[in-house]
Design a protein around this ligand. Structure first.
Ligand SMILES: Cc1ncc(COP(=O)(O)O)c(C=O)c1O
Length: 469
């Protein structure tokens, strides 16, 4: 049969392609026979292929180092793993095997750093960037690391007030700081300027009035992050150039400044037809920084990245069994899977993120337009379009109970999905569940309140993430 799913994929995309291959009618992901895994463990399941993480880190380093050579770039490249995209011990420890630096984003992240140190996965010479909004607890713990003699911690200030809060307690030795520049939103964004970072107009004044006069503050880094991603478009390059210009102005005032941190935002393959010229984009970043520094007669900075999704996204997949078909009208056929999409790939529901979707078996069957539905009661628990609003086509088969079922996988789901969906009780950016208070009325009608549960503890969170050991 020519009109089958396999031919459709071969004619539409370059297939097989990196990470995906069909062998004896079964999809293989990075060389893993998925049917074998399903037969061993059953569905639904998530799978993490750790070697991919190391490959991605090596790939990014090669791209920057090649471009440095080409442009005779004097600075160095520092790959920082941004823990928030997957805090699991098996992921962070895999990244650390490639000698990456780390970026933290909240108070509990510092406990995670201490655990990694306890486990011998990092040393006191490791570079650790403290990014994100600083609560009092977060500031306390950053201080704790500094007191324990972690030598290369850089606290990236997110606001002017943060500087005041960091310096209210007398510093007993100089600390390295960075400044995050706030980014202007894209034209269609819901706000004009991001809440994250310091307004561009206030930066120079802050440096001159508060940082330069204080001998205990060593300004080391300028940071910006365009959260819609490093895209080769006018908006990205516009924000990039504004940040670069500010870096140069501040460098001219402050010789200690040595690093430009361009944040995360490197994309991953979210469709079999995905195209992105990583080499060109990295080269443009390096060339632009080099040219601007030469023109302004300042030395070129070390370039830091905090790639999250890029590092772990492509290592993950989630696989379901189709448990039922429902033809709800002439044109709408639903495949009901054995879990919830909202609970397993929440970004698909909340920010309309797309993932590569492929069947594991039945590639020799003809295909049909399908809507995929989860078993939760929520009407939003569905997935029915691919990248660029393309409809979903999957193998069509007789829905005979007890027959070999169809299995489908969402691929490249390794970043953020578990934290955002609260796997086991973890939370996005390790922000703990708040304490829970119950209010009721007693038999006389008086209000009574009591504590149902305290704020989620660090030990609870780190235990779920595999740091008990
Ligand atoms: C400050 C900062 N750096 C890095 C990242 C990682 O971004 P991505 O996963 O898109 O690479 C984020 C994500 O929110 C971030 O807020």
């Amino acid at each position: 049969m020519k009109n089958n799913y396999k031919e459709l994929i071969k004619q539409t995309y370059n297939f097989p392609q990196e990470g995906f291959d069909l062998q004896k009618g079964i999809l293989h992901f990075n060389g893993i026979d998925l049917k074998k895994i399903l037969d061993n463990y059953g569905t639904p399941l998530r799978i993490s292929y750790l070697p991919k993480i190391r490959e991605q880190i090596k790939k990014a380093r090669n791209l920057f180092n090649q471009s440095f050579k080409k442009h005779d770039y004097a600075g160095s490249y520092e790959f920082c793993y941004c823990t928030k995209c997957s805090h699991f011990s098996y992921v962070v420890k895999t990244a650390l095997k490639e000698n990456v630096s780390l970026e933290t984003s909240s108070s509990y992240d510092i406990d995670l750093i201490l655990k990694l140190y306890e486990h011998g996965a990092i040393s006191k010479d490791s570079t650790i960037l403290h990014n994100g909004i600083k609560t009092d607890e977060y500031i306390e713990k950053i201080r704790l690391l500094q007191h324990q003699d972690f030598k290369h911690t850089i606290t990236i200030l997110d606001s002017v007030q943060e500087l005041e809060r960091i310096t209210t307690q007398k510093l007993d030795k100089p600390i390295k700081i960075g400044l995050r520049i706030s980014i202007d939103g894209e034209p269609q964004a819901a706000y004009y300027t991001s809440r994250l970072g310091i307004n561009k107009r206030k930066l120079l004044e802050l440096v001159k009035e508060k940082i330069q006069p204080n001998p205990l503050l060593e300004l080391h880094m300028i940071h910006f992050f365009v959260d819609s991603g490093i895209n080769d478009n006018l908006y990205y390059w516009g924000e990039f150039k504004k940040a670069l210009h500010l870096y140069i102005q501040i460098k001219q005032l402050t010789p200690s400044l040595q690093a430009l941190n361009i944040g995360g935002g490197f994309p991953i393959r979210n469709s079999l037809g995905f195209e992105y010229d990583y080499e060109y984009v990295v080269d443009e970043i390096v060339r632009n920084i080099k040219d601007a520094c030469v023109q302004a007669c300042v030395s070129e900075p070390d370039i830091y990245t905090e790639f999250g999704k890029y590092t772990v996204g492509e290592s993950g997949a989630v696989i379901f069994k189709v448990i039922e078909q429902k033809q709800q009208n002439d044109t709408e056929l639903w495949y009901i899977i054995d879990n919830s999409l909202m609970n397993t790939i929440p970004d698909a529901w909340s920010i309309n993120e797309k993932f590569i979707l492929l069947p594991i078996n039945k590639w020799e069957y003809s295909y049909k337009r399908i809507h995929i539905g989860g078993i939760s009661c929520d009407h939003s628990d569905y997935y029915n379009s691919e990248q660029l609003n393309q409809q979903i086509l999957l193998p069509a088969f007789d829905d005979k109970y007890g027959e070999d079922p169809l299995y489908i996988g969402f691929f490249h789901t390794g970043a953020y999905q578990q934290a955002i969906s609260g796997y086991g009780g973890i939370k996005h950016c390790l922000i703990p569940s708040p304490r829970q208070i119950i209010v009721d009325k007693d038999e006389h009608g008086n209000l009574i309140d009591y504590l149902y549960s305290d704020e989620q503890s660090v030990s609870n969170m780190l235990s779920i993430l595999g740091y008990d050991e």
